[in-house]
Design a protein around this ligand. Structure first.
Ligand code: SF4
Ligand code: SF4
Length: 424
């Protein structure tokens, strides 16, 4: 049998077994170590059944199969034929909070202009006439979007009317700090297939209030929790995504927040997202966790949350096939500038168009297939998950987005532990 292992296999030894995880198709198998070693040495006698199964699940491939070519062709095809659209609207880039780690520091804030709505309508119409789109997401982002809610009230019926006229299934998501996200606002979005509410909490009250405070220094925890109560207890959405930004300043206290959330809402109504605070561009911010300590910090929180019964991501990745790399994703700034990456909004060099003048299909994305070359040379099993890393991280670290940002060591360590925890 002339076969070879797929390069997309991540191997995790557990006792006398080895778990193989295929990052391309999400398949997983657990083999006895001696069986794995025999197959590895091409000693297949008596193992025909296992080998056939491994072939069916694409763990083993014909030895002349060009996996890199296959992957890059599929990626190009998927990219070209992508039929999902994401429109991110920014009613304002202003914020009522003064978080010490804010990456929008130093970026001028502005409030949305109403002519952006009519220009976006025109551009969206011609885009949808020329591109086949099946599903769409409207993402409301900021700054803090509730500070210019009138704009949201104005743009939502217009956008959704267009989607309906093109028979596109759409849904709405909002990312807010939660302070002014009251029931009437949530109910308003409910008319437009509200599916995802993302709110940030940075720890139990005493920690959150020190970090995520109003510009006048007042704490915000109680008011946010009151708004979450109203949304969840009135069943506006089945669950809320709680993002927790962690660093050395709040790490050890975060499990107290987990417990608070579990006791108040139960684990099924809360989807936890753990976000680490990146080193740059925060200048003198002291509490960042370096990449060498990131895996341990993340695993500490992951295990605490898992132990309490929260459903956590089964695979951890530092990069992704994200909005910036997608063809049909457009971030529209309050004054109509078009961006590709959420973390690079407000930076002149990342304006990729203007809604007044640029047809949407002329906006370039940040996929950059040439960056995959080195990842293949290094036989990295995470390519299908990481897609050469986050462009914003590359910019903050290397001052260019045309360089991959590699978090392989962190991803190996974290995923090894998660797989052991869940399947060991
Ligand atoms: S490049 Fe990074 S920050 Fe930007 S959208 Fe993608 S994952 Fe997010
Ligand atoms: S950037 Fe690093 S972790 Fe990501 S796919 Fe490339 S080699 Fe792997």
């Amino acid at each position: 049998m002339d076969v070879k292992w797929s390069i997309f296999i991540f191997k995790v030894p557990v006792g006398d077994h080895i778990i193989l995880y295929n990052t391309l198709n999400d398949a997983m198998v657990k083999l006895k170590k001696d069986i794995f070693e025999k197959i590895d040495k091409h000693s297949f006698t008596g193992l025909e059944e296992q080998v056939n199964q491994l072939k069916d699940m694409h763990f083993l491939l014909p030895s002349n199969f060009d996996e890199k070519k296959f992957f890059m062709n599929e990626l190009a095809l998927k990219h070209k034929e992508d039929d999902h659209l994401t429109i991110t609207i920014l009613p304002t880039t202003a914020c009522n909070f003064a978080c010490p780690y804010c990456y929008e520091k130093g970026i001028n804030s502005c409030i949305a202009r109403y002519d952006v709505i009519s220009e976006l309508t025109t551009k969206l119409h011609s885009f949808l006439k020329n591109n086949f789109i099946k599903t769409a997401k409207i993402q409301i982002f900021g700054g803090e979007p509730t500070l210019n809610w009138k704009f949201v009230e104005k743009i939502m019926p217009v956008l959704t009317h267009i989607f309906k006229s093109f028979k596109i299934d759409y849904y709405t998501a909002i990312t807010t700090n939660g302070y002014l996200f009251t029931i009437p606002k949530a109910r308003f979005l409910q008319q437009f297939n509200l599916d995802e509410i993302g709110i940030t909490l940075d720890g139990p009250k005493e920690i959150h209030d020190k970090r995520r405070k109003l510009k006048n220094g007042e704490g915000t925890f109680d008011r946010i929790i009151k708004n979450i109560d109203d949304i969840l207890f009135n069943n506006i959405v089945p669950s809320i995504r709680i993002r927790i930004n962690f660093d050395r300043g709040n790490l050890k206290k975060i499990p107290e927040l987990f417990l608070f959330l579990k006791n108040r809402y139960g684990t099924s109504k809360i989807n936890l997202t753990l976000g680490h605070i990146t080193t740059i561009p925060l200048g003198d911010y002291q509490d960042v966790i370096s990449y060498s300590d990131l895996a341990d910090a993340y695993l500490y929180l992951y295990k605490e949350a898992y132990r309490l019964g929260f459903k956590m991501n089964e695979i951890y990745t530092l990069g992704a096939l994200c909005l910036a790399k997608s063809k049909n994703s457009f971030i529209i700034s309050p004054i109509g500038r078009i961006y590709k990456c959420l973390s690079l909004i407000g930076r002149e060099q990342f304006i990729e168009g203007d809604i007044h003048t640029t047809p949407l299909d002329k906006v370039k994305d940040y996929l950059f297939p040439e960056l995959y070359e080195d990842c293949f040379k290094e036989n990295c099993p995470f390519i299908p998950l990481c897609h050469t890393g986050c462009r914003a991280e590359s910019f903050f670290r290397y001052h260019t987005i045309h360089k991959r940002f590699c978090g392989r060591e962190v991803m190996e360590k974290v995923n090894r532990e998660i797989i052991k925890l869940l399947y060991g």
